[in-house]
Design a protein around this ligand. Sequence first.
Ligand SMILES: Cc1ncc(COP(=O)(O)O)c(C=O)c1O
Length: 364
Amino acid sequence: MSALAEKHKAINLSQGFPDFPVDPKLIDCVVKAMREGFNQYAPMPGWQPLREKLSVKHHSDYAVRYNPETEITITPGATQALQSVFASTIRPNDEVVLFAPAYDSYAPMIKACGGKIVWVELSPSDFSVPHQKLTEAVSSKTRLIVLNNPHNPSGAVWKKEDVLLLEALQQKFGFFVLADEVYEKICFLPKGFESLTKSEILRPSLFLVYSFGKTFHATGWKLGYVLAPENLMKELRSYFQYAVFSVNTPMQKGIADYLDSVDLNEVAKMYMEKQQFFENEMKKTKLRPLPTYGSYFQLYDYSEIRNDIGDVEMAEWLTISAGVATIPVSVFYPNPPTHMRYLRFCFAKKNENLSRAALALAEL
Ligand SMILES: Cc1ncc(COP(=O)(O)O)c(C=O)c1O
């Protein structure tokens, strides 16, 4: 969709990357680190002061302590953290439960490790966790359950009762859990989202994945990290040591220094303003919003404009005829539900671009 947007000079609200600059203070910290000579290999698990600061950050956010020596590893983006979790947990023919719609990297990486995917479709009306379907999908063959919270593409979040169900199932069947929480700092609920880290029952089997790219709106830096209890992290690192070894040093040093001066709660405020601004601008159009509680995405129902075409065709048509690029939600499904009439909009864009997009869509 980004390529099509480029070709038609459309406003690109499709791919999930911000179009506004990274904080110049963060750039200064990285440049300073390079100038000061932090340009050689970092230790395998990551730059030690960064791991220490992440341990403090996690504790202050969730009151859970991870040991920076043994339980935190810095990775080249959240994507590689996910890949390391898959490579170190899945054996051929293990079953892995995935929720659809799903972030597009999960399934190919799981298949490459020999895993067999058992899909659970989120409820199509509000993308909540379907308790019955989840219970039916899990068995003693389940090796790993992967969840993304807050959720891309829907902006849905896990509820307390969903976590309780997962805890009960985990205690019965003993699988691992991978919580992809890359949008942890982009949540619009006053009390924040229900991070799985808070579950004492799940924690011994839990991998948590985060992304600096998302939090610092620097997606091109591809830097993230993974948290896990020591025994699981040992396994993960035994793979990571040879698949990656270590992540670029000056960015790790720069981020570690930057974390001293930044209030990460400002990130949610900034995105909440953008989300409200965009939703307000979109009132001029015939696209109807679904609620979003987190991430920098929101789904819109386009059926009042055209109910006769599927979402892929609609996304192409909007790019070409209205000059606004979006992502069809069906591409996040292995077998998309028929009659899905949702498009995903990324509102991590300058307000002027959000306004221009809404104005163009209002013509339809
Ligand atoms: C749910 C989810 N997980 C992981 C990633 C990848 O993060 P990174 O760019 O840090 O690899 C993304 C990026 O879009 C995402 O939406």
